[in-house]
Ligand binder design. Structure first.
Ligand code: KG4
Ligand code: ZN
Length: 350
């Protein structure tokens, strides 16, 4: 079964064709970074306009990559689209395109939760130790941690399509904290990869940033404090963002210290969730799951505690249509269908 996956929740236009939920035939991602970088973050109105301008061409190119002529009679079996959560204007473009194609080509339509799809991405690798097992009974129940530009969320997962939210962000998402810290440090956008690169040459013990963990049983996240702490550590109290770095402060040390504090928080929350639920298996997804230091520390944690921790291939951590098509296939297998009343929903499911 071949599913066309459409992803437009934020600032990437993702078009993919996936066979049987796992085999990626096409995975095109058009990033809008050049449009947003001078603003230091995604501008919603610019994002939705850019999706409108590119989506038709992206779909045509994706189908051409797979050698599918139009209309794709028999060559496609369904259309899956990310319908929540995200920027409403961006979501609307993908959802409208998917509904049009489903209607015009008479194909089943399924709406996919973007955050659940980030979790699903962990099994979309060649079978082997790096990819989560496809068989649900080998993996679930598990704890899933989604860490992206818009969300930090912990789930108790019972299957690829069944996730119960057990911890969430109370203010800034973790990727947002990377982006804002990078902006303060003049490292550009998106901030995650830039901080990670800068941190390579730094000492993570230079500045002991406060790790906000809440009460000992809390699974919620807060990253707004550390972003202000980075500003003060870099430029002094009451400094403006544009001020120069304080004398003696090394950018690499700041980046490494920031990254280490964030990774500590993510690991501690994951450990708490695993302990509370009495589980040994975890799945990580979302753009921040691409972070090298995080992966190193997760691997060490897994080895020490005998956990099994899975994350996606690097190219499937950030937003893409493959994970939407993949999870769409699972939902369709379970008999889930959307109709033309499917609507964009900006809010994450509770
Ligand atoms: O999942 P994603 O592509 O979009 C959302 O659903 O939000 O995540 C994008 C986020 C950005 O905040 C970006 O800075 C962060 O993921 N990111 C990283 C890395 N690569 C991307 N953060 C830390 N280290 C990275 N290597
Ligand atoms: Zn995402």
């Amino acid at each position: 079964m071949r599913v066309l996956g459409i992803e437009t929740t934020c600032d990437e236009t993702g078009i993919s064709i996936v066979e049987d939920g796992r085999r990626i035939l096409v995975n095109r991602v058009l990033s809008q970074v050049p449009l947003h970088e001078r603003f230091g973050g995604v501008v919603p109105e610019i994002a939705s306009r850019a999706h409108v301008e590119t989506i038709t061409r992206m779909i045509e190119a994706g189908l051409a990559d797979a050698g599918i002529a139009l209309p794709p009679a028999g060559a496609l079996d369904a259309v899956a689209v990310a319908f929540r959560p995200g920027l409403v204007g961006s979501l609307l473009v993908g959802v409208t395109a998917a509904k049009c194609l489903s209607w015009a080509w008479d194909l089943p339509l399924v709406g996919v939760d973007h955050l659940h799809a980030h979790i699903y991405a962990s099994c979309m690798t060649a079978a082997g130790p790096a990819g989560a097992p496809l068989e649900e009974e080998e993996l679930f129940p598990a704890i899933s941690l989604v860490i992206s530009g818009g969300h930090s969320a912990l789930y108790l997962s019972e299957g690829w399509t069944r996730h119960q939210l057990i911890g969430a962000t109370t203010d800034d998402a973790v990727g947002e904290a990377f982006d804002k810290a990078a902006a303060v440090l003049g490292l550009g956008y998106p901030g995650g990869p830039a901080i990670s690169r800068a941190a390579e040459a730094g000492n993570p013990r230079t500045i002991e940033f406060t790790r906000t963990l809440f009460e000992s049983d809390s699974l919620d996240f807060s990253f707004s404090g550390i972003k202000t702490a980075v500003l003060y550590a870099a430029k002094g109290q009451n400094a403006a963002r544009a001020a120069p770095l304080l004398p003696g402060v090394r950018l690499a040390d700041l980046a490494a210290s920031f990254q280490e504090a964030v990774v500590d928080v993510l690991l501690e929350k994951l450990r708490r969730a695993l302990r509370r639920e009495g589980l040994q298996r975890a799945i990580i997804g979302g753009g921040v799951a691409a972070n090298r230091r995080l992966r190193e520390r997760l691997d060490a944690l897994a080895a020490r505690e005998e956990y099994r921790i899975y994350y996606p291939d690097l190219r499937l951590c950030t937003d893409n249509g493959a994970m939407i098509a993949g999870l769409g296939f699972r939902l369709l297998e379970e008999g889930v269908r959307s109709d033309l009343s499917l609507d964009a929903d900006p809010i994450a499911a509770r």
